[in-house]
Design a protein around this ligand. Structure first.
Ligand code: NDP
Length: 439
């Protein structure tokens, strides 16, 4: 399962021979409970419009050093929210052309942008959209140094208290495998609750389908680490694994096939005080080109990956999900870009995006958020069985030139279901190392 290009001996050999292979940077991952103390002293250069100055003081309060003249920087944060014209776009050139070389390896870049509005002129709208192209291209340029770039499009008047936790996430280890993303921050589902970075899931109950292994099991551990009570659901065959995992995280389990129509009732029975976090993760592949695909391959993938999630989400939205709950659906870059031999899987994963968008719309009245997480190439049992060259393409055709770990998805899910991420809803968040596949 391990990436052979990550081994030190192999890297030395490749360097000695001068082979033109992309040596991936070693990514520094989150390994323990979230503790802002660990990021004290991180050096950030912050510039641009006024949002930046408000952000500067809250970053300072949280221990980051945002003074000028402290290069090399761990991060660059540029507030591009005042950009409205082609002439304004030059500010991006001026800032990054001058500062990009002053960054440490493994650094972070966050670009804050405005959101297109109804009254925008042709030049306003295209200039705002131009920022997204700039940030995606920048992510591809700096990825080989392990530097990540995100663009956050922020609704006018969104309070800094709701922007800060999201910027914080993108400046720190838990987002290490996310780059080249554009996310919209809005007030649709924000609530004024405790936005503390620590113990953010304390008192919350979470359900994870397909939780016995892979991404689901890793997510269960990470959510429990931050205080959630986690219920893992998987097929009856996986009961022993479920039992062991649930015991290790002081959680609970349901041994049931997710396609079983009794699942929602079972969840309600297990959660008398309601559910706060629903993770639709169970997923399978049955790959064949459409001409060779059997009907049962088609039905199985659509039923497990999509129909079961629709039924569960629908039923729990009607009864079972608490006010302010969070829903996540596991999509895939195959659902965004399509993939040969995966018409069934890609359809199910694109369908998951539609499901999350609609769930966000329905849930907004109860301040429920719903987002799709689209993993890129992640080193799990599911991808282990792929042919060597397919694995290599999955790993190397990304800005960070490597596959991700289940924990990268788990950390992303952990953040996007936390109170600090309430400004993000109806979005697709790719956790793909800046995969060159898809948008
Ligand atoms: P794994 O195969 O490692 O884990 C999936 C889990 O779901 C397994 O425990 C599996 O059980 C369980 N499961 C399968 N069918 C059912 C069912 N009918 N009812 C209940 N549980 C079921 O997959 P990953 O952890 O790699 O993937 C998790 C999710 O992420 C999936 O939705 C996948 O499509 C998505 N994803 C993964 C990527 C990757 O690179 N790994 C990339 C993009 C998306 P068992 O197999 O034992 O039957």
């Amino acid at each position: 399962m391990a990436d052979w290009l990550q081994k030190k001996g192999t890297q030395k050999f490749i360097k000695t021979l001068g082979l033109p292979l992309p040596i991936p940077s070693t990514l520094k991952r989150q390994t323990e409970v979230i503790n802002p103390e660990n990021w004290k002293g991180k050096k950030i250069l912050l510039d641009g419009a006024s949002l930046g100055s408000n952000l500067s003081s809250i970053l300072e309060q949280n221990g980051f050093a945002t003074q000028q003249g402290t290069e090399p920087f761990d991060a660059l944060v540029y507030d591009a929210s005042s950009i409205q014209s082609i002439a304004d776009l030059k500010k991006l050139y001026d800032f990054f052309n001058g500062n990009i070389r002053k960054m440490n390896r493994g650094g972070r870049i966050v670009i804050l942008a405005g959101m297109p509005t109804d009254g925008a002129t042709l030049e306003n709208q295209s200039s705002i959209e131009a920022i997204t192209g700039f940030s995606r291209a920048l992510s591809k340029e700096v990825g080989k140094r392990g530097v990540n770039v995100q663009c956050l499009q922020i609704e006018n008047n969104l309070a800094i208290a709701h922007i800060f936790p999201i910027v914080h996430f993108f400046l720190t280890e838990p987002s290490v495998y996310i780059t080249g993303q554009v996310l919209q921050l809005s007030s649709k589902a924000v609530v004024t609750e405790n936005l503390s970075l620590t113990n953010s899931l304390k008192g919350k109950t979470a359900l994870i389908t397909g939780g016995a292994r892979g991404i689901g099991a890793e997510t269960a551990k990470v959510l429990a680490r931050e205080g959630a009570k986690v219920i893992v659901l998987d097929i009856p065959k996986a009961e022993e694994d479920l039992k062991t995992l649930a015991a290790s995280i002081d959680g609970d389990y349901i041994a049931m096939d997710v396609t079983d129509t009794g699942v929602a009732n079972k969840v309600r029975e297990k959660c008398p005080n309601g559910l706060d976090i629903l993770i639709n993760n169970a997923g399978i592949t049955r790959d064949k080109t459409i001409a060779k695909m059997t009907e049962d391959y088609w039905d199985l993938v659509l039923n497990v990956n999509l129909k079961a999630s629709i039924q569960l989400t629908d039923s729990l939205l009607q009864s079972g999900l608490n006010e302010g709950a969070s829903i996540i659906g596991l999509s895939s870059i195959s659902g965004i870009a399509g993939n040969v031999g995966q018409t069934n899987y890609s359809a199910s994963k694109a369908g998951m995006i539609g499901l999350m968008e609609k769930a966000a719309e329905i849930g907004a009245a109860k301040k429920i958020t719903a987002n799709a997480i689209a993993p890129g190439y992640i080193e799990t049992k599911m991808t282990e069985k792929l042919p060597f060259f397919v694995k290599e393409a999955g790993r190397r055709l990304s800005s960070l030139a490597q596959g991700g770990a289940p924990q990268d998805i788990a950390e992303a899910i952990r953040f996007f279901v936390s109170p600090g991420a309430k400004a993000i809803t109806a979005q697709v968040i790719r956790v793909c190392g800046g995969s060159f596949i898809g948008r």
